[in-house]
Design a binder for this molecule. Structure first.
Ligand code: 16G
Length: 244
């Protein structure tokens, strides 16, 4: 395992190291970790001295490609954490992130009460004139965009929508309507321009499109949500058992 450092005519060696490191970062060589390998390891891989490496790293920090965390090392500024998500547990985004020590936050894209679309009416089992509360959000983990979620909830479960704060499930639970069962469908998709921009990735980047229908213990349908999860930030993991 080595990395090639090619100096263009007249180019300083440390600038060639900058280019080599940037190339490796862009091609996802360090994709499994955000921490840059130790100086000693990089010097060996690149066959350069520590002084040259440090100059290159300083430039990449100045460019915002890397950042230094005191006492912890040098990190790649790939802000997005990669999250492994068991696909068999009915948890909320806020809970999922909290369990991982990440801070969940949201940017609201849409909030209001509307007549249901035919699809929402069918999925939620409401009549065409039963209104639904619609909440569209960009969901972030430690400030990094992770997913776009567009939820629809029959308003009888949330008559005071102003009370819905950061967590939809917490608002539902507070009213005694915590979903207890869900059905989820995952599909691969490509992000359109607008959604890619919201998620901070290139247009046509892959995403996991997820539809969730959640039910209360009495069987009534409380939520129909469409989500677009960044494919580079999420692994959905299922436990498989032999059926009896
Ligand atoms: C999860 C659910 C989403 C639900 C949200 C509530 C998936 C694919 N989706 O993100 O359907 O509305 O949690 O989160 O897991 P909140 O309570 O943090 O608002």
């Amino acid at each position: 395992m080595s990395m090639t450092v090619e100096t263009a005519p007249g180019q300083k060696l440390y600038r060639a190291v900058v280019d080599a490191l940037r190339r490796e970062i862009e091609t996802g060589r360090f994709a499994e970790t955000q921490l840059l390998p130790a100086e000693r390891v990089l010097c060996e891989l690149l066959e350069v001295s520590r002084t040259t490496l440090r100059k290159a790293i300083a430039d990449l920090i100045a460019e915002g490609v890397l950042f230094h965390r005191h006492g912890a090392g040098t990190f790649i500024h790939r802000a997005t954490p990669r999250v492994e998500q068991p696909s068999s547990r009915l948890t909320s985004f806020t809970e999922d992130m909290r369990l991982r020590g990440l801070e969940a936050s949201s940017r609201e894209l849409e909030r209001g009460v509307f007549l249901p679309t035919p699809e929402e009416a069918m999925m939620l089992g409401v009549r065409p004139n039963d209104r639904v509360f619609r909440l569209g959000r960009l969901r972030l983990a430690d400030g990094s965009p992770m997913a776009i979620e567009r939820a629809a909830v029959p308003i009888r479960f949330l008559p005071e929508q102003e009370s819905v704060g950061d967590s939809l499930y917490e608002a539902l639970s507070a009213r005694g309507f915590r979903p207890t069962r869900g059905l989820q469908r995952l599909r691969a998709t490509l992000l359109d321009h607008a959604d890619a921009e919201l998620l901070g990735v290139a247009p046509d980047s892959p995403a996991l499109y997820i539809q969730r229908i959640a039910y209360l213990a009495d069987g009534s349908c409380v939520e129909f949500t469409k989500s677009w999860y960044r494919a580079d930030a999420y692994d959905f993991v299922s436990e498989l058992t032999l059926s009896p």
